[in-house]
Design a binder for this molecule. Structure first.
Ligand code: UT7
Length: 321
């Protein structure tokens, strides 16, 4: 049977760090509110770095760890809702930058579930089309899509990129189960319009496209759907929730992770958190958290990765370290 293993991980952050106190000089908020309501203490903000540059640096690190040559990469998928360009794809730019001259490239838009969706697509393609080495990246520069006068969103999001290289293996299978889903009824609960939604014939006001979110409804969705999705994946894998060593959730809100831990009856110490450092980096948050977690992962550890967000989308995967 063909298995899939992870052979490389990479992460890249922009240089600039913005603290809660600094944001509190810009909008009516406080370090105390942000910390207690979200767990966020600071976030990275791109001033000059672009999405494809962050993605490229994360990819290069993953490639180095894998020991592969760039020409051996068969497929590049970038999950992002903040590409620098709609054409070409971020994935094409990354492939060009790293020298992945044989790779098929495309971007995938599933917001904060993007990394799990991209992994599902990558692994299905690896199984059906026999692509051997696949680079999946989550990369975002959300700071350029924020209304910096909206305290409901500007305190939450951050920029960054995380990369994973999946490889076919005849001996090892690290990926046990993936489940993805969408509830289109909630499609407009988190919105980010495209850059050019009006043409020159439109006579009304043209607004700068920024992220808007109904935080309370998304919170209710996340704390309901994520435990359900995790239970489903764990059940399908023939395991019990107690057998899962680590939970790496999309880093949207520390309280969401604590609520999911309570609902699953799992100690919250098993939930990996880097939200204090980086905020919510959408599609980048899961691969970045996996990267940060790996110093504490032991061979054989069972890990749940779970993303959720705009769409509304969710996705969970079980991997063995
Ligand atoms: O990544 C995709 C998935 N995203 C999520 O899963 C996000 C889910 N939602 C959340 O994490 C939370 O809803 C937020 C962190 C976005 C907001 O926290 P909340 O506890 O749900 O706050 P709220 O929106 O219910 O607002 C409570 C109060 C309001 O004031 P009033 O109306 O009670 O007087 C807000 O105006 O807090 C106020 N508020 C703030 N106050 C200080 C909202 N944002 C801020 C702020 N600083 N930054």
């Amino acid at each position: 049977m063909m298995g899939i293993r992870i052979v490389g991980l990479g992460k890249k952050l922009p240089e600039m760090c913005l603290t809660n106190d600094e944001i509190a000089t810009m909008v009516d908020t406080s370090d105390e509110w942000i910390k207690t309501r979200t767990g966020i203490e600071k976030r990275r903000v791109s001033v000059t770095e672009t999405t494809h540059q962050l993605a490229t640096q994360a990819a290069l690190e993953a490639l180095k760890e894998s020991g592969l040559e760039a020409e051996e990469i068969d497929l590049v998928i970038v999950a992002t809702v903040s590409p620098d360009t709609n054409m070409p794809s971020t994935a094409s730019l990354v492939a060009r930058n790293i020298g992945a001259v044989k790779a098929r490239c495309f971007d995938l838009s599933a917001a904060c579930s993007g990394f799990i969706f991209a992994s599902e697509v990558a692994i299905s393609m690896m199984k059906q089309s026999h692509y051997k080495n696949v680079l999946v990246i989550g990369a975002e520069v959300l700071s350029t899509r924020l209304d910096w006068s909206d305290r409901g969103t500007c305190v939450i999001f951050g920029d960054g990129a995380g990369a994973v290289i999946y490889q076919q293996s005849t001996e090892i299978n690290q990926i046990h189960c993936i489940e993805i889903g969408t509830d289109p009824e909630g499609a407009e609960l988190i919105l980010l319009p495209t850059q050019t939604e009006k043409n020159k014939f439109y006579e009304g006001e043209i607004k700068r496209p920024v992220i808007s979110m109904n935080g309370r409804q998304v919170y209710a969705f996340s704390t309901t759907k994520v435990p359900e999705s995790i239970k489903q994946v764990v059940d399908k894998s023939g395991l019990a929730v107690e057998e899962i060593d680590w939970f790496i959730l999309h880093q949207a809100n520390s309280r969401i992770m604590d609520s999911v831990a309570r609902k699953l009856n799992v100690p919250k110490e098993r939930f990996i958190k880097n939200i204090a450092e980086y905020g919510n980096t959408s599609a980048a948050s899961i691969p970045m958290a996996l990267y940060d977690a790996r110093k504490q992962l032991k061979p054989g550890d069972k890990i749940i990765l779970s993303g959720f967000g705009a769409g509304l989308t969710w996705g969970t995967m079980l991997l063995e370290w």
